[in-house]
Ligand binder design. Structure first.
Ligand code: PLP
Length: 382
């Protein structure tokens, strides 16, 4: 999908060299790293350059200082974690792919549709049987368990990419209950947890009773703190989690110590600074900046009467293409008439057909301009 988007944009630019394209498609961040993070990394570079403080290979699971900072962050969510349950990685995408090493090839996986494509592609590469669960307007893109469907591994992403949908406590309780009664493991992707604004919604699966017996949680500093290019994330594998008689924490430790040699000290010091009080204030102000973009996008879509969801607890707005257009038809029109690039929903699975994702990660002026352009072309008739 992303190569087709790039090709279409290139062709448009060749045809209209003066057209200014605004990209609201990509899920990458645009704001720089927080000053607290930069300063911590600078100091870590100095340490690496001095004989007394130089460090070679680090702890495979991550340095204690970062794992303790994460432990403290979870304490703030009323979740108690043992340090040994926290594994530092170079990002959630790697771990989401690598985790499949500890499951049997015969396992059946249950994946929402539409969804972040990594879950599907990694399982296709591993030759696993995939069952899709329908996300649609009817269930607000939040599929719930169906007892007649049996699966060993379940992917949940909340807040969701691409739809921006957010599971509430009762819905997550249904999933935990289903996983416990079916002996299934939930792979819970909380990469966007920091965007949750609405009160009372779980920001970790472990806020649900029983989840430590059936869920692995993946999180990332990418969207939280602008680490998309710096690379750091973490995965939580509870000690209580036993699958087919095997403790998954020990199995994942073995996998990581065999195939992974850790995240750079400098990066882990930067990640630690995210949890300092200055770091938290700085990253939360960046999140607020993106969420203001989301409000601008959502406001214009509401004004135009275009059905959409997301944007309240996630940096993505998921809209229904007007006039029954397909995702790609709408993509072409947006590019030609407004010079705005979004992401066709069809790229996230069959159920994304007829929908379109706009991202709030852009620059605020460009986002406002993009929405003004959409407004004027929409008012002249879509
Ligand atoms: N999970 C979801 C749902 C994402 O949207 C992304 C990135 O866009 C990731 C994981 C990957 O994050 P990372 O940059 O930590 O690999």
């Amino acid at each position: 999908m992303f190569s087709t988007i790039a090709k279409k944009v290139r062709e448009h630019q060749e045809q209209f060299p003066n057209a200014e394209i605004i990209r609201l498609g990509i899920g990458d961040v645009t704001l720089p790293l927080a000053p607290a993070v930069v300063s911590a990394m600078r100091q870590a570079v100095e340490e690496m350059g001095a004989g007394e403080t130089f460090r070679g290979y680090g702890d495979e699971q991550g340095y204690d200082f970062l794992r303790q900072a994460i432990q403290g962050y979870y304490k703030g969510k009323n979740v108690s974690l043992d340090e040994q349950e926290i594994f530092i990685s170079d990002g959630a995408k790697s771990d989401l792919g690598n985790i499949l090493d500890i499951f049997e090839a015969e396992n059946t996986v249950l994946i929402p549709n539409p969804v972040y494509p990594v879950y599907v592609d990694t399982n296709i590469m591993a030759g696993r049987k995939i069952i899709y669960m329908d996300g649609n307007e009817g269930n607000n893109f939040l599929p719930l368990p169906d007892e007649s469907v049996k699966a060993d591994i379940i992917y949940l992403c909340s807040p969701n990419n691409p739809t921006g949908a957010l599971y509430n406590r009762e819905q997550l309780e249904c999933w935990v209950k289903y996983a416990l009664s079916n002996g299934a493991v939930i792979l819970f992707d909380s990469a966007y947890e920091i965007f949750i604004r609405s009160e009372g919604y779980p920001t970790s699966i472990y806020q649900i009773d029983g989840a430590k017996n059936c869920a692995i949680e993946f999180c990332s500093f990418s969207k939280t703190a602008g680490f998309t290019g710096t690379r750091c994330g973490y995965t939580i594998v509870p000690k209580e989690l036993i699958s087919d008689g095997v403790p998954l924490n020990r199995l994942w430790l073995r996998r990581q110590t065999t195939k992974f040699n850790g995240v750079p000290y400098i990066v882990q010091r930067g990640a630690e600074a995210v949890f300092s009080s200055a770091g938290q204030a700085q990253i939360r102000s960046s999140i607020e900046y993106y969420m203001q973009n989301a409000r601008v996008i959502s406001g214009v879509l509401s004004e135009l009467g275009i059905w959409h969801t997301g944007g309240e607890n996630a940096p993505y707005i998921w809209l229904k293409c007007p006039g029954g257009m397909s995702s790609w038809e709408f993509f072409d029109i947006m590019l030609e008439k407004a010079g705005v690039v979004g992401t066709p929903g069809a790229g996230f699975g069959d159920n994304g057909e007829g929908f379109f994702r706009l991202s709030a990660f852009g620059n605020s002026d460009s986002t406002a301009l993009a929405m003004e352009r959409i407004k004027s072309f929409a008012k002249s008739g879509l």
